[in-house]
Design a protein around this ligand. Structure first.
Ligand SMILES: NC(=O)c1ccc[n+]([C@@H]2O[C@H](COP(=O)([O-])OP(=O)(O)OC[C@H]3O[C@@H](n4cnc5c(N)ncnc54)[C@H](O)[C@@H]3O)[C@@H](O)[C@H]2O)c1
Ligand SMILES: [Zn+2]
Length: 360
């Protein structure tokens, strides 16, 4: 399936197909860019998929310089970005050249940032290999590195020229990593598309078992939903806030636990549960709407309760949210599956109660 992200002169395609990593070279050739490329990856992903991509690029006439970055969040530093710039320079990349980011969201973010800044911006192609990166991080042009005091603080909007999603690579992900990515997929269904959510309900078992056909249709559906939001709100003015569903409380849970105990997806899962219950408390959502969300997350093996949550540090973290304006944090809530509403004045007591409810 090919999904078009329509952003005028910055439009691009998202190709979703099993085996697509073997076609990167021919797809890139269609864009008529320069012949020099750099392939940024980490050691684990490189071991699994670098050869496939490199062979495909070379067969299509591209030169390929390999740049290796550390695994995980440790890749998103100024030092690693500088290492990328050095690699691009050493390989003679110019304004017509292309940086390819092969890996999870961390590789995509640092390689995208290096591409956004090298020579004031060169082409970048995203080759996401985690579910989170496939349905979320690779689409939309947000790139960033971390500052010692805050994640994703230093960055740029820089849309990719092409995104190639190979759902088959999700089958080599560690189980916990795979499940974490599913939280973003569930989020897309809840706030954007009731039909898609129903498809998820129907395909729960084969999805968990990573059956290729189901992976492909579910991942493609989620890419389409993310793309539709990006098209309508490229620079995060309003609509893109919808993608923060489950994240206001989710991010606070991550921050309050030192980014160590919970994966991002696990925190988002708990955040969705708490925000669904918050909507219920405020009379915005009905009981069945809340129950369907919890059943789905639970069936996918994502957490829906956590006895060790300490409420006050989570509340404190929410008040430091980047999206806070005048001390008020907007919440995206789901009145029904497939719809959302931005709620500005949520009483602190209700937020506390929703978070506390996760403990049992
Ligand atoms: N730019 C955006 O819009 C955006 C959106 C969401 C998240 N992010 C960022 O994404 C990052 C998280 O990304 P992530 O969850 O993909 O994790 P990650 O990039 O940290 O990768 C997780 C691990 O999985 C391994 N891995 C990746 N693909 C694999 C595969 N197919 N098989 C086996 N192992 C594989 C990697 O080597 C790594 O060790 C965060 O830094 C976050 O800030 C960015
Ligand atoms: Zn997320």
């Amino acid at each position: 399936m090919v999904i078009t992200v329509d952003l005028g002169p910055r439009s691009y395609s998202i190709v979703v197909a099993a085996g697509a990593l073997g076609d990167v070279g021919s797809r890139l050739r269609e864009l008529r860019l320069g012949s020099r490329t750099a392939l940024v990856s980490d050691a684990a992903v490189g071991r699994l998929y670098r050869k496939t991509v490199t062979s495909s690029l070379e067969a299509a006439g591209f030169s390929v310089a390999a740049i290796e970055v550390p695994e995980g969040e440790g890749a998103k530093t100024l030092e690693v970005a500088e290492r990328c710039w050095n690699g691009l320079l050493a390989a003679g990349l110019d304004r017509t050249s292309t940086v390819l980011a092969l890996g999870g969201g961390a590789v995509g973010d640092v390689a995208g940032f290096a591409a956004a800044t090298y020579m004031r911006g060169v082409n970048v192609v995203q080759l996401p290999t985690t579910v989170l990166a496939q349905v979320d991080a690779s689409i939309g042009g947000k790139t960033a590195i971390d500052h010692p005091l805050a994640k994703n603080l230093i960055g740029a909007f820089h849309q990719p020229r092409l995104v190639i999603v190979d759902p088959a690579v999700a089958r080599t992900l560690p189980e916990r990593e795979f499940r974490s990515g599913l939280a973003e997929i569930v989020k897309h269904g809840i706030v954007l598309d009731a039909g898609y959510f129903a498809e998820l309900e129907r395909d729960l078992a084969p999805l968990r078992a990573r059956e290729l056909g189901v992976l492909e249709s579910i991942i493609a559906g989620s890419c389409r939903l993310k793309a539709s939001v990006v098209e309508r709100d490229e620079r995060e003015a309003e609509l893109r806030h919808v993608l923060n569903y489950g994240h206001t409380i989710g991010h606070a849970l991550e921050a309050a636990t030192g980014y160590a105990r919970l994966t991002h997806g696990e925190a988002v899962s708990l955040g969705i549960v708490a925000e669904a219950r918050l909507a219920r408390r405020l009379g915005i959502a009905g009981a069945e709407t809340v129950a369907r969300q919890e059943r789905m997350l639970d069936a996918l093996g994502l957490p829906v309760r956590d006895a060790s949550i300490d409420v006050e540090p989570v509340v404190a973290a929410i008040s430091r949210d980047k999206k806070a304006k005048d001390g008020r944090v907007p919440f995206v809530l789901a009145p029904q599956i497939g719809t959302f509403r931005l709620v500005l004045d949520v009483p602190g007591a209700d937020v506390r109660a929703a978070i506390a409810s996760l403990r049992s």
